[in-house]
Design a protein around this ligand. Structure first.
Ligand code: ADP
Ligand code: MG
Length: 684
């Protein structure tokens, strides 16, 4: 077996015969850049010419094969007018139209009175069905000759089916029959075909894509396996490197706890022990702290930071938004008040002069603790002795961003990621490899469960009394309108419309924030809301994550069915952080389907982020798991966490028992799935 024979798969498409600069451009539009990319572009459907469709069931625009009798010719003998043949099946008629063809030829293939099979695209013209220049015309006695099924690909303009199919099959046929990384026994026991055969089948389907077919399952398995292997190797290489143990006496962290107005929950204490152990150990921390919204992750990160700083290292704390970063900064300043720890905030808003100062003070080590946004991983930012990185709301950052920050740390740096997006337990390993995980289940004791209401939009006026009452008690309200990319303008205007409406009812108390408002203005409004100068904040989801508004106790969500369950749960988590009763009102349009209502009711039933994540997974399944796509965690194009759960488990088991020296065997698999780059970045 010479696997390298197939290195052509990693070549540029221009090395294929027939791919000139024009075709190359078209293919690139389809994200096909390397030859291997053809493989993943599975046909979305098929053209099935094998099935005979009755004239009564024809669908305009579709390719169909019909069996009809030839009854009449119409040869106009005028230039540019087509020849026409009328055919019949029982009472129904259809016209077969020929441009540029000879009478003699037509008489030969469509003899009057004979039964024929014709295949082509169905049109409708002057109230009659017609097929123009049919692809096939055969006597019905020769049916076998046109029984053909073609894969159908989604193509960009400029690419024809014929050329595209030819290219794909040229590639497929070039692959070595024995190109493989799994052993025969494994393939056999799972009914998997070898690599080449698998892809030949997938591109030559007898019916529409079937995610339960053995070939598709093999594809999904390889994808999962490649992904797990990547995470696994990354983790191994982090673990292999020893770091210097960090030594401290909790001097700072005790001061901080004194300034913190609450007692830690038992769960929080347990997680602190995990963090403590990691920081003091000679292995680098590579830990995910998973805790529902409002479970109190921030204080834990700050305590760990204080310990690391005491042991004479610097700490970087990265949050996905400016507001969140400044909130963490303010909190840290307050809690670290009685220490001499120097804390700075760096965001894209930081002015040039301050930024220069921060850069030089980081280098000379006089800043101990830097909190900020994406700005932290700019090239210019260099630490003198970075020992700990906290990544808040880690799913908001791409894999590459997280890696580039991690690389600033060097060998002695511990890494803590935090996330409120609950990953179903079954999926944990697949998403994070064997990253250590700490889970915060317990909510702080003073919390009351949020009361969740479902209401049709037209009963909105029933809400005014509740809102008035809570406002009179000095509480605050979030009012969320959905934001959908494609119809941005529409939705903005509806947020604005809502704002104008509510402003009239509660004059002087309402603010508006959405993605089109510039940052400065946005921060002014948010600050006003934080300082309780306004009581109602109408917004899109721009302030979704992490921000803490302890006095907000009502959230109203418009068109709630437009959001994913987990997202709704996150939104709901914006309230219920203080000790008063909170409310989440999910509004919906009257004509909501029963299914959609059932979905929303899940949120009324439970407050458990994990349960909600599992439900979300069941409902949305393939491709849209918890909105991971933009997040960099969502790495699966083919594997479906619900329908291929057994494959995930199988891959996990295999990975757990794999020996480092065997990883090389899968080199090509990892390369095929574009994971190699990530491994290299982490390992170096
Ligand atoms: P998240 O886990 O979503 O990041 P935060 O860290 O923002 O949550 O905490 C949410 C709120 O809960 C904050 O106001 C915080 O001060 C408060 N909090 C954290 N721990 C406790 C606790 N043990 N008891 C009471 N309130 C707490
Ligand atoms: Mg948080």
């Amino acid at each position: 077996m010479n696997i390298n024979k197939n290195s052509f798969l990693f070549n540029e498409i221009s090395s294929l015969k027939g791919v000139g600069s024009k075709t190359k451009k078209y293919l690139e539009k389809k994200k096909i850049e390397k030859i291997k990319d053809f493989l993943w572009d599975l046909p979305y459907s098929i053209i099935d010419r094998s099935k005979i469709t009755s004239l009564k069931e024809l669908e305009i625009g579709k390719i169909a094969t019909i069996k009809v009798n030839v009854i009449k010719y119409n040869f106009p003998r005028v230039r540019n007018l087509p020849n026409k043949v009328v055919c019949r099946e029982k009472e129904e008629k259809i016209n077969i139209i020929f441009f540029n063809s000879y009478e003699g030829y037509i008489r030969k293939i469509l003899p009057i009175g004979k039964e024929v099979i014709i295949s082509g695209k169905i049109n409708y013209y002057k109230k009659q069905y017609q097929i123009t220049n049919p692809t096939y015309v055969k006597p019905s006695t020769q049916k076998k000759e046109i029984v053909k099924i073609f894969p159908k690909y989604s193509l960009t303009e400029g690419l024809t089916e014929k050329i595209y199919r030819k290219l794909i099959f040229e590639v497929l046929n070039k692959i070595n029959d024995n190109y493989e990384w799994h052993n025969d026994e494994f393939l056999k026991s799972n009914n998997f075909n070898k690599f080449k055969k698998t892809f030949l089948n997938l591109h030559n389907p007898s019916k529409k894509v079937d995610i339960f077919s053995n070939d598709y399952r093999r594809l999904a398995y390889d994808e999962i396996f490649a992904n797990l292997l990547t995470l696994f190797s990354a983790r191994k290489s982090v673990k292999l490197k020893k770091k210097k143990k960090k030594i401290y006496s909790n001097k700072f962290s005790q001061l901080i706890l004194k300034n913190f107005p609450f007692d830690l929950t038992n769960d929080q204490k347990r997680v602190l022990e995990d963090l403590d152990r990691d920081i003091k150990s000679e292995n680098r921390m590579f830990r995910l702290l998973q805790g529902d919204v409002g479970s109190g992750k921030t204080i834990l990160a700050l305590i760990a930071a204080a310990n690391v700083i005491e042991s004479n290292y610097q700490v970087a704390f990265m949050a996905p938004t400016e507001i969140l970063a400044s909130q963490h900064y303010e909190l840290a300043k307050k809690l670290f008040f009685s220490t001499n720890i120097k804390i700075e905030l760096l965001t894209s808003k930081t002015n040039l002069k301050d930024k220069k100062k921060i850069i030089s003070n980081l280098k000379n080590g006089s800043i101990n603790f830097l909190i900020g946004t994406h700005s932290l991983f700019q090239k210019k930012i260099k630490f003198s002795k970075l020992g700990f990185i906290v990544i808040d709301e880690q799913h908001k950052f791409g894999v590459k961003q997280r890696i580039s920050l991690a690389k600033k740390g060097g060998d002695n740096c511990d890494i803590l990621s935090m996330s409120a997006t609950p990953i179903p337990r079954t999926m944990m390993l697949s998403f994070f490899g064997d990253m250590d995980v700490s889970i915060l289940n317990e909510k702080p004791k003073n919390r009351k469960d949020v009361v969740t209401l479902l209401k049709p939009e037209n009963k909105i006026s029933e809400l005014w009394p509740l809102i008035k009452k809570e406002m009179s008690l000095n509480r605050q309200i979030f009012w969320v309108c959905p934001l959908i990319d494609e119809s941005k303008k529409l939705d903005f205007s509806s947020a604005i419309k809502k704002y104008n409406l509510i402003k009239k009812i509660f004059p002087g108390h309402v603010g508006l924030v959405h993605g089109n408002i510039d940052k400065v203005e946005k921060n002014i409004v948010l600050k006003k809301f934080l300082e309780k100068k306004i009581k109602i904040l109408v917004s899109t989801t721009v302030i979704e994550v992490g921000i803490n508004f302890p006095d907000a106790n009502i959230i109203i969500i418009e068109n709630s069915n437009k959001f994913g369950l987990s997202q709704l749960h996150q939104l709901r988590g914006r309230v219920g952080r203080g000790d008063t009763q909170s409310y989440c009102v999910m509004l919906y349009k009257n004509n909501l389907s029963e299914n959609a209502k059932k979905r929303l009711k899940i949120l009324r039933k439970t407050n458990d982020g994990f349960v909600i994540a599992e439900e979300d997974l069941k409902i949305r399944g393939h491709g849209d798991l918890l909105g991971f796509q933009q997040s960099g965690i969502k790495n699966f194009k083919f594997a479906d966490p619900v329908h291929h759960k057994d494959l995930f488990l199988m891959a996990e088991k295999k990975i757990k028992n794999i020996k480092i020296e065997n990883i090389k065997k899968y080199e090509n698999l990892i390369k095929l799935y574009d994971r190699a780059e990530i491994i290299n970045e982490i390992a170096n």
